[in-house]
Design a protein around this ligand. Sequence first.
Ligand code: GLP
Length: 263
Amino acid sequence: MRVIIEPDYEALSKWAANYVANRIIQANPTPEKPFVLGCPTGSSPLGLYRNLIDMCSAGKISFQNVITFNMDEYVKLPEDHPESYHSFMCNNFFNHIDIKPENVHILNGNAPDLIAECNQYEEAIAKAGGVDLFMGGIGPDGHLAFNEPGSSLSSRTRIKTLTTDTIHANSRFFDNDLSLVPKQALTVGIGTVMDAKEVLLVCSGHNKARALKHCIDGDISHKWTSSMLQMHPHAIVVCDEAACDELTVGTYKYYLDKERGNL
Ligand code: GLP
């Protein structure tokens, strides 16, 4: 695992966006061989998306030959609800870049058969040749996508019931009213993310310090599902200083020295 420690949110967002942009440029995608990008929602990736939008507007990068698969979507929240992940992605990313609408994939939480929807999503990812780079955030309880504590570390796309912790955390997007937060979501599994060629997580702020500690400095456990990334051959976590508050001094120093070339 590679861990990048940046001073603050702005710097980590820039680092992550540059990394993603370089990967797409290096892949030199074509309609026959597109680049497949996994996309998260939440507040963590907002800066990353903003930077990618700026690079696209400046003509430094194009998404014309990029296919995206989003990580998750709430169940039974209308697609046009302002807090649906469909709305989030259009408002914060897709409406501002040159991606082709037919190349965007987001799970349909209103599908008549949710299990079939999840299975078809896995098939669509496989048909696209697998995900080249899965971007992600981390929930305060260490979850990745909506793989809540206790999720199988080999799980695939499926319906997941949200934990009370997540309902509380996400209520900030629903007028702080717990009753308005959907109780279930469709989500890619940990196994789905692990199949990606690369995974890049962004993690910011003191309220993610415990999650980051368990993700990179703890044992692999289904209680902290992002810790499974320790088994991924090409995983990167980009974090800021505040998110490092619970790392051991040794871990913190090692990753800083490594990236600065002092080791
Ligand atoms: C939601 C999403 C996750 C995201 C998490 C953290 O639960 N399903 O993919 O990582 O929130 O969100 P935030 O970045 O807003 O803290």
